[in-house]
Design a protein around this ligand. Structure first.
Ligand SMILES: [Zn+2]
Length: 501
């Protein structure tokens, strides 16, 4: 397939033509924007006519025909009907959401593995090879491609565990260029050291300790450098890979670093029975208990997967600490096993829907989390599960991507649509063909079950419109071409190794 064919194949038929395909019937035109230097920020705009999803302490309400006024980088007014103010964007037939927060991403790991692992191959070699064999320019092109996808689908904020410190630096650069909001760290151990430690013996783990301590210090220094740069949009965070690749000494170092940064910990948590068993054998407790006792849950805490916890004891540990479980329906690629979202909800956990890897369509993952969770709940009830289950709703999933992670991050200015909050906003068109009925949806959360990221029409981060009426701010075709070239070289290297055979 040549590049033009590939672009058409992936839906990029012209400059964003695929993305724009559903725009033809969207109401409203493009607003005038007030440009301030190179910053394309909307200075004063009213988003009117949408149904608005408004999370609050007691859940969420959906209010119809509501206007939201944005001035600078903040929401300044929310009210029924029409508000007076600057430029206007007609969002009739749209659902307006707070910007969605993924509590677990590895941004540069998405497109290199997508479409080649779903039938059973491991992601390990491709992701190792990204780090080993690609140039920093190629990794940056892949990061740009993947972060663009996240933004296009309404994921305005990423709690990001890059596969290495160099990839974390790349993420920070790209996020600033594209205008995304993120909390980023390099996974420790990094991808180049991970697998021999993860699948090695206890002696291998002990032998890895000194190098892991060096990696922790380097990540801390990089996070402090990000903070010194004074950008509130991209902050550093400490990101241990998982409990079974750490020793007591490295855990202590993480706790000290997290205290110093104040942004918390992001890790994989009880992501398999092997991890839980290994930590029990070494330390006599579950991963959740071990991390909490070491102080890793004293600040914000995001733990992904939670596939094999002790359901008797671990949920309460997370709840006590205000920790978040990120359930990732596309972990391991689309399809495959489901994650314990219904059990976690029944246990009273705060649950985020995370991207993990492979799919960067936030809307699709919200939908998959709900659909897979409902199927899992029904099946568990049918087979007489000993554990209580609660089937997730769309509202659960949206709360989990808005106010739940915002609260965990100690950020009351995110995850809500209230005056004074930061203007991270996402509009999804839900009234036209394929998602709706040709008229504004009376219960638009249900219509999200028929949507995906292609129906996202507007994305604002910090008041800046990154997606306007379906159009990405930067050159989508160039981003796709650059990302595609880098991934094709990677696939060529894999082919030379016989990886596909
Ligand atoms: Zn992960």
């Amino acid at each position: 397939m040549d590049r033009r064919e590939a672009l058409r194949h992936f839906g990029f038929g012209g400059v964003g033509a695929g993305i724009l395909a559903h725009r033809a019937m969207a109401p409203g035109g493009r607003p005038r924007r007030t440009r301030t230097g190179s910053d394309d920020r909307v200075v004063d705009v009213v988003l009117e006519g949408a149904s608005v999803f408004r999370p609050g302490p007691e859940g969420a309400r959906v209010e119809h025909d509501v206007s939201v006024r944005v001035a600078g980088n903040r929401i300044v007014e929310v009210g029924p009907g029409r508000l007076s103010g600057g430029d206007r964007i007609d969002l009739t037939g749209h659902l307006l959401l707070p910007g969605l927060i993924s509590g677990h991403t590895h941004v540069a790991a998405g497109s290199p593995t997508r479409g080649i692992i779903e039938s059973g191959r491991s992601y390990a070699r491709p992701l190792t090879l990204v780090q080993e064999a690609l140039t920093s320019e190629e990794i940056e092109a892949i990061t740009t491609y993947n972060l663009t996808e996240l933004l296009l689908s309404g994921c305005t904020s990423q709690v990001e565990m890059s596969m290495s410190l160099s990839q974390a630096r790349s993420y920070a650069r790209v996020a600033r260029r594209l205008g995304a909001r993120g909390w980023v760290g390099g996974m420790v151990p990094g991808i180049d050291r991970l697998f021999p430690i993860w699948f090695g013996s206890d002696d291998d783990l002990v032998a890895s300790e000194d190098d892991t301590l060096v990696e922790i210090e380097a990540n801390l220094a990089a996070a402090e450098a990000l903070r010194r740069e004074g950008d509130d949009l991209v902050l550093g965070m400490m990101t241990p890979h998982a409990a079974d690749t750490q020793t007591s000494a490295t855990l202590e170092a993480f706790a000290r670093a997290a205290t110093r940064l104040g942004t918390g910990i992001h890790t994989h948590l009880s992501q398999g029975q092997r991890e839980t068993d290994a930590v029990r054998r070494r330390h006599g407790v579950t991963p959740a208990r071990w991390l909490a006792d070491a102080g890793l849950m004293d600040g914000p805490f995001f733990g992904a997967h939670f596939t094999a916890p002790d359901w008797e004891t671990d949920p309460n540990i997370l709840i006590e600490h205000g920790a978040v479980y990120s359930t990732c329906p596309s972990a391991g690629g689309a399809g495959g096993a489901t994650q314990p979202y219904p059990e976690a909800l029944a246990a009273g956990l705060e649950v985020n829907v995370g991207i993990d890897t492979h799919s960067n369509d936030m809307m699709e993952n919200v939908k998959l989390a709900v659909l897979q969770g409902q199927a899992r709940a029904v099946l568990l009830q049918q087979v007489g599960s000993p554990r209580p289950v609660q089937a997730p709703t769309v509202e659960d999933a949206l709360l989990g991507c808005t106010i739940v992670p915002a609260r965990a991050l100690r950020r009351p200015d995110l995850g809500v649509i209230e005056p004074g909050a930061l203007a991270d906003l996402v509009a999804v068109e839900l009234s036209g063909p394929l998602t709706g009925s040709g008229a504004p949806a009376p219960e638009p959360l249900n219509n999200l079950l028929y949507a995906n990221g292609r129906f996202v029409s507007w994305v604002f981060v910090d008041g800046r419109p990154l997606v306007s009426d379906g159009r990405f701010e930067l050159d989508l075709e160039a981003i796709a071409a650059d990302g595609g070239r880098a991934v094709q070289r990677l696939w060529g290297l894999l082919e030379d190794e016989g990886w596909f055979d």
